[in-house]
Each structure stands twice: as C-alpha cells, then as structure tokens.
Design a protein around this ligand. Structure first.
Ligand code: NDP
Length: 414
C-alpha cells in the first residue's frame, strides 16, 4: 500500500515550483540550497531593507491550484457526510466541493450556503442523472445507506463520473460485481472508502509488520463494537435488512475483518462463525447483534474477530513470534493509538507524528491522485467485493453451524 504522504504529485508540483524559484534567484547571485552546499567564503550579502528571498526549505506540500482541483459531489447529507466527508473535502489539497445530492432540499440549501456550492449544483435523487451534464463534477462520493450504494454508484458511472463509495460496498456480491462492471464499462475509477488504510497508526503498524517487528504473525484478534441507538436518525436504517444488508458485522465488524486482511496481507481459506441476539430486542428483528468469527489463512495464521451493536470496543491486536502490535482504539475517527510489546521493549506506545484525522483527507486525496495519475486505488472495488463476500460467508456459516471453505475472492467454495 502506498502511503499518500510519501509519494505525491503534490511533492512533484512543489519540486517544480522549487526548481523555478531556485532558477529565479540564481541570477540574483544568492546561494542556492542543496545537500552539498559549501560554506560561503564571505558573510551573506543581504540588503537591510525589505527584500524578497529564495523559496524556503520547508517540507510543505503545495496544494493543487484551484483550477486543477477535481470537483467532488457528495450524495446523501447524513451524519457521516456532514461531520467528516464534507469537512475533509474542504481540507483536502486536491479537490473542491462541487455538488450536493439530497432528498431534503432545505438541508441541502443550508449546507450549500455554508460551503459555497451554487444552487444549480444541488441535485435530488430524481435529478441525480443530470450530473452527466455538469462538467464541474468529476467524482461522486456515495454516503447513502448500504442498500442504495449499488444503484447510485452505477448511475454515477453512467453519468461518466468517478466514484468513492462508502463501506460496506453493497449488500450482495452480485451488486458489487455490477458496480465493478459499470466502472469498467465507463472507464472510471471505483474506490471503497476504507479510511483505516490512510490512518497513520494503522499505516505504521503495517510498516512495522513488514519490517519484521512482530516476527511471523500467527494470530490477529479484532473486536469492533458500538451500541446501536434508535433515538438517532442515523441508526434507524441500520436495523432494516434491505437498507443495511446486515447488522453489526456489515456496519463495524467490517473494520476488524478488513483490518485483519490488511495486516496479514492474505485472504482467508476458511471461516466459522456464530451469531447471538438478545431476545425481545426490537433492534435485532431483521439484523444481527453479536458475531464471532474464526478465520484460517493459508500461511497458518488464525484470526478471531467479533462485532456487536450492544457493547463498546475498538481494537485490533497483531500477535507474532517476535512481538505484538496493539491498535486501541484501532479505527476511531480521532485518537487511535498503537502499542508494541516485545521482549526487549516491554510494552511501549509507538510514537506516530500524524493525527488520525489525516485518514479522511488521505483517502480523498488518494482517489484524486489515482484519477490524475491513472493508477488503481489501494482500496478498489475488488476489495469491497471480497469483504462483502466474506460477510455473506460469515452469515452462511453461522446459519449452518459449520466451517465454510473460501475462494481467494472471498466467495464460498462449492
Ligand atoms: P445517515 O443516516 O446519517 O445518512 C444517510 C443519508 O442518506 C441520509 O441523511 C439521507 O440523506 C440519505 N438517504 C437516502 N435515502 C435514505 C433512506 N431510505 N434512509 C436513510 N437515509 C437515506 O447514515 P450515515 O451517514 O451514518 O451512513 C451513511 C453511509 O456511510 C453508510 O454506508 C455507512 O456505512 C457509511 N459510514 C461510514 C463511516 C466510516 O467511518 N467510513 C462512518 C459512518 C457511516 P439526505 O437527507 O441528504 O437525502
């Protein structure tokens, strides 16, 4: 996986800018910077009145100029879109908020006013397809309930736009396949918004694993849970099977699942799962509460994962022959923390400079860069399909009460 902070066209723009700046000062006879810089023989000759100076050696990333930024259109102005997606678009260095799609015209107008989106760029679910005629929109970010992801992703591709789709990719494997096919037919990028891949503590843990800090990974334990609260509008659709596709495993268990595969860098060959619902709880008439899963990998590694809508936990632990990495919390919006335990270090908090907040702009800038530089995003539709297939296999195993064997794409064998 590429760390967006390590290789960026923004760096290239900056280098170009620096080269131009160095060229412009060379004629003025000022010493240019460089690794091999010689000590000047004389004291610097700088006039003592106000004067322009060379571009500093700051490690700043130059944002894309406004006219080169990609226009992003957000579909579904719910809790996640308003609190995280739109603010991240405004913080990003590669895009601008170009359009809004909402079924609530008054809310959309209020949001548009705050973010400077013209009225003409506000769409609803009926006029959505008109974005095909809107050249200011390059990318559509789908932040709708899971059961609507496939329809609006496919319609966005038919309108000729690139798509960022929230997790889980869709309710079914068939929908995921149709989304990938639509992306290919339109020759447009499809990325699934797995923000943890762009979260600095998760990235650091993966780097440590690749560098051998934990030795051979034998076991991953992941528990991702949060109480489902029907007094909040954003949790209402989550108890309806058609809109949510499933319960805690679809919504938050997917973090433990996707994180496990991210750290092990392989797909499981078999799994067994169990589901338990509190009796007489209205929240769990159509979707599940507690899920436990054991996964077996070709390397011999095992994983034990759990998800729930009635407890609160967010941790992923990577256990190897030489040490243990613990992310706790692992996939929060802010404040994720990484610990390392090993025979020579005891247990220590691993210093990570960047804030967890970078995950939101990180994923957005990553897709912009994938579009501009024409590469496949690190979290493509195929990854989203694999995870949806694995969750369907988890549900099948729990229903059968037995192990299921898996294909490399996450679907069940046989
Ligand atoms: P919300 O309920 O807060 O927002 C969903 C929005 O979708 C609504 O506000 C509404 O927008 C629109 N919508 C259209 N049709 C319906 C419908 N039938 N029922 C409900 N809403 C509808 O949900 P979230 O923001 O929490 O979740 C949206 C998506 O984002 C989900 O796929 C979820 O999994 C994902 N998500 C991802 C997170 C992450 O960390 N990556 C965190 C939270 C959610 P409008 O009123 O504008 O039409």
């Amino acid at each position: 996986m590429t760390d967006p902070s390590e290789k960026s066209f923004l760096d290239l723009s900056r280098r170009g800018f620096l080269a131009a700046a160095a060229g412009s000062v060379a004629g003025a006879g000022l010493a240019s910077s460089g690794a091999q810089a010689q000590q000047p023989e004389n004291l610097p000759n700088i006039p003592d009145d106000a004067v322009g100076r060379p571009f500093p050696e700051a490690d700043l990333q130059m944002p894309l100029p406004p006219d080169q930024r990609l226009g992003w259109c957000v579909v579904g102005l719910g809790a996640f879109a308003l609190n995280h997606v739109i603010p991240a678009i405004t913080r990003s260095q590669t895009c601008r908020l170009a359009g809004l799609v909402s079924g609530n015209a008054e809310k959309a107008r209020r949001v548009a006013t705050h973010y400077g989106v013209p009225d003409a760029r506000i769409y609803d679910y009926e006029s959505f397809d008109d974005i095909a005629n809107d050249d200011s929109i390059d990318v559509v970010y789908i932040v709708l309930p899971n059961g609507l992801h496939a329809e609006y992703t496919i319609r966005a591709f038919e309108a000729g736009k690139h798509v960022m789709c929230e997790k889980p990719m869709a309710n079914t494997v068939e929908e995921c396949r149709a989304m990938i096919q639509a992306s290919q037919e339109a020759d447009r990028k499809l990325m699934i918004a797995y923000r943890a891949h762009f979260e600095p503590h998760n990235q650091r843990a993966l780097r440590m694993k690749k560098e051998g800090a934990f030795g051979d990974i034998r076991l991953v334990i992941g528990d991702t849970m949060r109480p489902l609260d029907l007094s909040r509008p954003r949790d209402e659709w989550r108890v309806l099977r058609d809109l949510a596709g499933g319960g805690s495993m679809m919504d938050i268990g997917i973090y433990a699942l996707n994180g496990t595969l991210y750290f092990l860098e392989e797909s499981p060959v078999a799994l067994v799962a169990s589901i338990s619902n509190p009796p007489d709880d209205i929240r769990f008439r159509q979707v599940e509460d507690l899920v436990t899963v054991q996964l077996r990998f070709g390397s011999g590694a095992l994983a034990n994962l759990s998800s729930s809508y009635t407890m609160n936990e967010n941790r992923i632990q990577i256990l190897g022959s030489e040490g243990t990495g613990l992310l706790n919390p692992a996939t929060s919006y802010v404040g994720n923390t990484l610990y390392e335990t090993g025979s020579d270090v005891g247990t220590r908090k691993v210093p990570v400079q960047d804030s967890s907040l970078r995950q939101f702009t990180g994923e957005i800038d990553h897709l912009s860069r994938a579009i501009i530089e024409n590469f496949t995003p690190d979290t493509p539709g195929e990854m989203g399909l694999r995870d949806v297939a694995l969750i369907r296999a988890i549900y099948a195993s729990a229903e059968r009460g037995s192990w299921v064997e898996l294909n490399p794409d996450g679907t069940m064998r046989g």
